[in-house]
Design a protein around this ligand. Sequence first.
Ligand code: ATP
Length: 383
Amino acid sequence: MNGKNDKLTKLTAHKNDSIIVGSSKPTMDMRHLIEIVASSNGPVLVCGPTGAGKELVAEEIHTHSARSGKLIALNCAAIPGDLIESELFGYEKGAFTGADKQRIGRFEQSHRGTLFLDEIGDMPLALQSKLLRVLENHSIQRVGGKSDVKLDLRIVCATHKNLQDMVEEGTFRADLFYRLNVFPITVPPLKQRGEDVLELLTVLIDKRREQSPGVPLPVFSQNALTALMSYDWPGNVRELRNVVERAFIIFSGAEVSGKHVRENLLTLRVPGVVPEEENNAMWEATRDLPGHATGQVFGSDEAILPQPEDYRNWFEHDDHIDLRRHLRDIEVVLIEAALQETGGMVSAAADRLNIGRTTLIQKMNKLMIAKDIKVSSPSPRHP
Ligand SMILES: Nc1ncnc2c1ncn2[C@@H]1O[C@H](COP(=O)(O)OP(=O)(O)OP(=O)(O)O)[C@@H](O)[C@H]1O
């Protein structure tokens, strides 16, 4: 890393033997729980929203256990319901058409190791009772088989669904739920552990750099970091990983500003850049506004701001305007300009904008604007 990203690394990197990145309290608490539970052989239920790191928790539990076997995974949502049984239990030769030789299933593959059943909420009801029996008896029968195979099993399940609700609806067996829920671990959504964002960003940038050495890094400005930290992350760490991916593609070797983050990287929340036609239409429609044609609006001591009334004939130029977006853009530009003018002094900027300091701070938080606005930032490679 170079420049700001170097600083970022020093600020946020921490050394430990965990694959779970993050030093926020919720993450540390979760890691502590994992350490406690890893050494037991009981089932663990990992809950949390999609992309938050449930699979990583399963990996960590296995790594910290003393179990000598492998970590074997099965995603119950990714396999058609009628195939899950043979995937899990394996089958004997001739058990069904196409079973031309014996096959060992995931239960047996995970003997002395850990079986990770992802999306357990998607397991068909009929199989749920079979899983319960395995948990009680510590043995399985292959499909088409007659004898029991004794196994040393450790099961970790994960779900983003609310199993308790499913139990009430009758779509998840209560007895299995209580058997699995002995040791629940909840992976909090990323928005509840905002302090982890910078650490994760550093690690994800490093990982991405390892994949393509020689590609110049995107350099995140302070504003960009502030914007990332104030975002809600509905897609959690997976979404952050996608943001890093996009940053490498769009801003390789360039500085990423807060505006770039809002408009180019967090496209889930803020739709992409204004299409060129929309931009042109905006320019066409405002070129006749007072001051615009003469460059006075931004260029002269006698600048005249466009007046609200001047927008009255907007629809003579275009059929639509995204009002919320337009008003938000004006707010962002003026607040950033005021902060720049006052060297990041919030009270002074609030004076210039004729609003209260608290109001300005609320707006800065909402619009993800940092105090220390950069004077200029290079354009992205492919804006
Ligand atoms: N704390 C973390 N530290 C480092 N990487 C993380 C962390 N949490 C998640 N990731 C990364 O984010 C991505 C998504 O994580 P993971 O697949 O574990 O999420 P999940 O909760 O199992 O999602 P889903 O419910 O959609 O399967 C992976 O690339 C994972 O490596």
